[in-house]
Design a protein around this ligand. Structure first.
Ligand code: ATP
Length: 362
């Protein structure tokens, strides 16, 4: 396969007829990394991918492959393999011809015959011997694997995947994502993956970039971005979260921390360095809300309970706000006393604090 390469975007902006799709996007993707762009519909993921592929030219900013500046380099000279969300297989060609189509502009890597290369790729995507099938004789997941084989055929430096699984049902998505991840790591190919599915992004990526409204909100390893979101948007977009907004109404008794009033309750946040009167937004994951209330407890009424298999998701109403908790058993009561360990509260913004945690975007 081709050599791996790093990608660098610097200050990339792009508008379409007055609609701003990308605002000053800067990203670094390392050699061989599985890097995912995740965010809601319209946040700019596909436009970012298209700028990397060369289908869009940025209005400003730079795209580099390794040391090479890509401005003016057409897509066919960029050494990228692309898989799109809709199966872009040619229905009048066999599976083997579809994969070989990926080799139309390129020498076969390593001087292999085309047929040997196609056979190897079909083996790689777990479809050995499928050369003579027609695309309409394949399942959706198999078609996407053929599309992946075709994208990989010329041995590209970079693999770009744009929602390749969005047309598949949940079980197939999980199988395919495991396969894509295995193939990517076997080949060590630099990969940029676009999805709006946050669970998928957290599951497969080395690092994720969470995008919102044309901007990159946060980049990091899945576990870091999940546990330490920089903004309220990231806190709410990745996984479930309970967001509390309140005001500092006292400093901690010891040398650090503060108490925050939220509605009628007061919570102690030991790590919070913010003066009295500051507005604070913090979050507590449902798995960190417990029925062992401790000092940060409050009473809330049970609205609905969903059985998830390994636990129950309990939707609570707390003075007009909804709060979610995970419980090992279905609660018998209508009202629960719940709370959280202060260490499990994560502050996403505090206006007027000594350390500006983040600036919230309107
Ligand atoms: P989705 O998950 O829905 O595909 P996305 O995050 O990939 O969304 P983009 O497709 O990058 O988002 O679009 C970003 C913004 O730019 C959107 O407001 C979109 O309508 C707009 N946009 C993208 N391409 C074009 C185009 N060719 N012409 C006009 N507007 C466009």
């Amino acid at each position: 396969m081709g050599g791996v390469t790093s990608l660098r975007l610097r200050g990339v902006s792009k508008s379409f007829d007055g609609v701003t799709a990308l605002r000053d996007v800067s990203l670094d993707v390392a050699d061989g990394e599985f890097f995912t762009l995740v965010g809601p519909s319209g946040c700019g993921k596909t436009t970012t991918l298209r700028a990397i592929a060369g289908f869009e030219s940025p209005d400003s900013g730079q795209v580099r492959f390794g040391d090479r500046e890509m401005a003016g380099v057409p897509p066919e000279d960029r050494d990228v393999g692309i898989v799109f969300q809709n199966y872009a297989l040619f229905s009048h060609m066999t599976v083997g011809e579809n994969v070989a189509y990926g080799l139309r502009f390129r020498e076969t890597p390593g001087g292999q015959s085309k047929a040997a290369r196609v056979a190897d790729l079909l083996e790689l995507v777990d479809l050995p011997g499928f050369e003579d099938r027609n695309p309409d004789e394949l399942s959706g997941g198999q078609r996407q694997r053929v599309a992946l084989a075709r994208a990989l055929a010329p041995g590209p430096d970079v693999l770009l995947l744009d929602e390749p699984m969005s047309a598949l049902d949940a079980r197939l998505r999980q199988d395919l994502r495991t396969q894509v991840k295995r193939i990517q790591s076997d080949l060590g190919i630099t990969t940029v993956y676009v999805t709006h599915d946050q669970e998928e992004a957290l599951a497969v990526s080395d690092r994720v970039a969470v995008m919102n409204d044309g901007r990159v909100e946060q980049v990091g390893r899945p576990e870091d971005v999940y546990r330490r979101p920089n903004t309220r948007f990231v806190a709410e977009f990745l996984g479930e979260n309970n967001v509390f907004a309140g005001e500092v109404d006292g400093r901690g008794g010891d040398d650090s921390g503060a108490t925050v009033r939220v509605g009628g309750a007061t919570f102690r946040l030991p790590g919070l360095d913010a003066p009295e009167g500051s507005e604070v937004v913090f979050c507590v994951r449902p798995e960190h809300l417990t029925r062992d209330a401790g000092e940060n407890g409050f009473e809330a009424s049970v609205e609905t309970v969903e059985f998830l298999g390994e636990s129950f998701r309990v939707h609570l109403d707390w003075a007009g706000s909804s709060v979610t908790l995970r419980a090992p058993e279905r609660p018998a009561e209508d009202t629960l006393l719940v709370g959280f360990d202060p260490e499990d509260a994560h502050v996403v913004s505090a206006s007027g604090s000594g350390r500006a945690v983040v600036e919230e975007r309107s």
